[in-house]
Design a binder for this molecule. Structure first.
Ligand SMILES: [Zn+2]
Length: 287
């Protein structure tokens, strides 16, 4: 069964740990993440970007696959299926398709329009018992072609959005999507602390979790971050393991051309990455 992310994040905030959002791209990704969460007794959030949703043949296909897998694999830990960086329209589509959580990213709108649209979605998701993530201020890097500049959110705007009754709030604190540049200045903990002070119990979300040093992740969690998004890191480990398989000529040995064999090392690599992140976030054994 899919659950809203609200309860798991409230618990995480109270317990001073974070729940990982791991983005999925296909069956192998989903299976690897679900199995690792179950094995480690950790709650988990499966992230789906609009692009990945399209790639996987639409949101209803994604819901069917995830629900089927939870059932067939006997997954009992809390799993939220979450739209990542959704438009207003995509959020509505995902709600209809059966997602248990959505992110409405109105950070590119004016704060007034962001508030207006977020408010409408709060009403809709509240009625259905789903969780809603909102975002204030652009987060740097690139996600599905959208480029930001490592921006930092205004804590007062964060409070305005938090007060609408969203379940979790993403706010830029110098984090970036994708790989971090060598001259990156690190997370802005002063701003994070200000946001946390103004928004109180609101679980905060850290996007762009790939490549942030472990000590910064831990400090961010201590300052109220209870959801951390991981996407690029699984892609990097999957691709490195797959490349190794071909470089070692394993596809040319015996039945090594079988796609299930070809994809196996990548799946193991995703599992290892997810495990490493869950250890760092402190979510193991919290399900
Ligand atoms: Zn993001």
């Amino acid at each position: 069964m899919l659950v809203s992310a609200k309860e798991m994040l409230v618990k995480a905030k109270q317990g001073k740990y974070a729940v990982g959002q791991f983005n999925i791209n296909n069956l192998e990704w989903t299976k690897a993440i679900l199995q690792t969460a179950q094995e480690l007794k950790s709650p988990v959030i499966l992230g789906v970007s609009e692009g990945a949703g399209k790639y996987m043949c639409g949101y209803t296909t994604v819901v069917g696959m995830v629900k089927g897998m939870i059932n067939e694999l006997g997954i009992t830990v809390p799993v939220a299926l979450h739209l990542d960086h959704g438009s207003y329209e995509a959020a509505k589509k995902c709600i209809e398709a059966g997602f248990s959580s959505v992110m409405f990213d109105g950070s590119h709108y004016s704060i007034e329009e962001n508030i207006e649209k977020t408010k409408e979605l709060v009403e809709l998701t509240d009625k259905l018992g789903l969780s809603l993530e909102a975002e204030v201020g652009a987060i740097g890097g690139e996600e599905d072609g959208v480029i930001g500049g490592g921006e930092v959110a205004d804590p007062n705007e964060c409070k305005m959005i938090a007060d609408l009754g969203v379940s979790m709030l993403a706010a830029g604190i110098g984090n970036i999507h994708g790989k971090y540049p060598e001259n990156w200045g690190g997370l802005n903990f002063d701003v994070l602390d200000d946001i946390q002070k103004l928004t109180g119990d609101m679980p905060l979300v850290l996007h762009g979790g790939t490549g942030i040093p472990a000590d910064m992740i831990k400090r961010a969690i201590s300052l109220g971050v209870s959801k951390i998004n991981v996407n690029t890191e699984c892609q990097l480990s999957f691709t490195a393991a797959t490349r190794k398989y071909f470089e070692e000529g394993k596809d040319l040995q015996g039945k090594g051309f079988d796609p299930r064999k070809v994809l196996a090392p990548g799946v193991e690599a995703i599992k290892a990455t997810v495990k490493e992140k869950m250890e760092l976030f402190g979510s193991i054994g919290k399900a």
